[in-house]
Design a binder for this molecule. Sequence first.
Ligand code: FAD
Length: 808
Amino acid sequence: MKSHTRVLVIGGGVVGCSVLYHLAKAGWTDITLIERAELTAGSTWHAAGGFHTLNGDPNVAKLQQYTVELYREIEALSGQSCGLHLTGGVMLAGTKERMDWLKMAHAKGRYLGMHTEIISAAEAKKLMPLIDEKQFAGAMYDPLEGHLDPYGTTHAYAKSAKILGAEIVLRNRVVDMAQREDGSWDVITEHGSIQAEHVVNCGGLWARECGRMVGLELPVLAMEHMYFLTEDMPEVAEINAATGKEVITALDFEGEIYMRQERGGMLLGTYEQACKPWSEKETPWDFGQNLLEPDLDRIAPSLEVGFRHFPAFENAGIRRVINGPFTFAPDGNPLVGPIRGLRNYWVACGVMAGFSQGGGVGLALSNWMVHGDPGFDVWGMDVARYGDWTTLSHTNAKVRENYARRFRIRFPNEELPAARPFRTTPVYDRLESHNAVFGDMNGLEHALWFAPSRAEARDEFSFRRSNDFPHVAAESAAVREGVGLLEISNFAKYEISGKGAEAWLDTILPNRLPARGRMVLTPMLNENGMLIGDFTLAREADDRFMIFGSGLAEQYHMRWFQAHLPEAGVTLRAHGLDLVGLQIAGPKSRELLARLVDADLTKEAFPFMAVGRFNVGILPALIGRVTYTGDLGYEIWVKPEHQRALFDLLMQEGAGLGIRLFGGRALNSLRLEKSFGSWSREYRPIYTPWEAGLERFVSTQKSDFIGRDALLRARDEGPRRRLATFVVDALDADVIGDEPIWLDGKVVGWVTSGGYAHHAKASVALGYVEAAAFDASAPYEVEIIGDRRPARVAPEPLFDPKGLRMRG
Ligand SMILES: Cc1cc2nc3c(=O)[nH]c(=O)nc-3n(C[C@H](O)[C@H](O)[C@H](O)COP(=O)(O)OP(=O)(O)OC[C@H]3O[C@@H](n4cnc5c(N)ncnc54)[C@H](O)[C@@H]3O)c2cc1C
């Protein structure tokens, strides 16, 4: 083993080998992979080897497509077969809801360039004769499905990496590591130490242990998973003889079953409800290529459904049962990227579908390391979507929930119940006593809407408008006609101070900084001029600023801020729940606040985008005159110990003005009729400010800020797409996000978010359309649950296009 390497990859499973290959392919060849035992010795060797492109997140689906298409490349380079069987596959729906879900998945696939097809149960039977078609409502066919040899594939990655110059060291465990002042790592192994400029944790089943070596607790847990292999089946032989082909793969959502042909029989696996975590606290280092004790009782309920849906299995003998562990993150997607505050330490773990996702993970991570950016939208698998707020037991509850729901539908209005409540704010009980229905964001409870009674405070899950509809309408009306109160503690709040604060912010943000006592809206850009943030920036003093942004992205933004912070002169603090907030909005909000604040709040004295410190009653608060409702309104920030008192004060004083609580769903409805975009939907790192309609918030006059050169180039080249607001002629369902936008029978764009704008009485979709296909008067269509609905571009916001209300 050498003494120095540019990158040290820990772990020779399919993911580590893919990372190694992609780094070598990108030109970083002084790289080393260290494997504790043999390649594949973690969860990789006993995988069922199935692959598919389906994923709830279209960007992850795209990476899965890349992975499947990569196998020919590594086979050709390495000369090592991956044992590919590209059979195609059917995903079988037993219910109308599941069929709706498949239609939506198929629609998403269209703009990703995928070639899936919606087919009837009878057509599915022709493709996959083992099914009893009476059990199914229909199916989706995907030609990019199949299975492979896990061992051969891992070795194909490894050999390809070696051909390009990478080194692989086997039978040597990494036992510890320590960081040097220059940011490089001394990695201690069983056979000596090696200095590495970067370390990548691809530890798979041991990713947690490798994280703990640097004080990191990764939200990953291994689950036991079973599949069995049957003896040869005559029905399989018949299909093979009749078609001259292998039986295609099948996924049965209701049975929670997947299957494929294995030699003359079948392989059948299931995600059972009675699921079982493995090595909950610590993975033993002496776990080798072992299997776990099978427990067929646990999977018996799925098998019963399976026998009904695939009658031939009833007579099939079971040749072998495999039970092995593999890891999951709480939401089932991988954890990839750099870790906030840990220089030169990267992770690629929690990859539960290594043969569908491993290639995409390797590509994203290698891009990130070599070019400073993953190169495409990887938010769905960015490790920064979790933070130090998770605990071992929170992860455990969420992973079990995710596993048991692996093949379940998640409705757009469905909040998952495990591990809740986990984080609450002081007004949680107050909101609950007003019949709040809560949502979970990063483990934090926040009100979605308010029901008339406790008994009615639950969502009826649906792809269509549901029981919250009239109540969200009433909340929206209260804001537009009087005054509404919303808790906003789930926003991120960062304080930036010090003598270097102004200069630093000027470099990382493209907008001009506000004057004292004022706020501006500003995006944040990466070096490629792409959107990586969307903030309200407030200036309290010459050297003190606040940034308000998406709570969802707090870790993501803190990672960026910290990585770009100068060595001295700037103090950065994420307030988290040390600063909590309430917002009042609507035409009567000034009157309400003026009753409680002993200061001049007139339009002249405290105008739109003003910020200041006031006492609200006896409570010290930071108040900004802006809200996401697009109405007159105020964000009021206080310390947690004051939040209940503030809530009571506003509710008491507001009673005479008809104050009404509103939740996140009404806020969404209100922002849609203002055409306000939101982070992670309209604003993501695949769009430029020119495309997103944020050009008025970038100041190209400023001589220097991150992303400026790329931004100017993008402006000169012209936008590739444009964000537009559509009014959709919807029936009983509105868009959710990711639906295709059609024009003249072609898909010309995709929806980023939408819903019903109650005050404007319109079904609204925000989405991007290819620049060449953009025509404000064209007859677009937006596909909602398989139905193309007419849609027209709204040339200006549906509510208060001149902004007179919020400025008033
Ligand atoms: C029964 C079963 C069926 C499955 N079926 C499928 C399927 O059909 N399709 C699919 O895509 N996925 C399937 N999977 C999941 C798949 O196996 C995983 O997604 C994949 O193996 C993850 O690979 P990895 O490289 O992240 O982890 P691992 O395979 O666990 O690799 C991690 C490696 O790191 C090494 N290591 C850890 N710590 C150290 C250290 N400190 N020093 C040196 N080396 C270290 C380990 O020895 C190990 O080799 C299945 C899994 C199971 C258990």
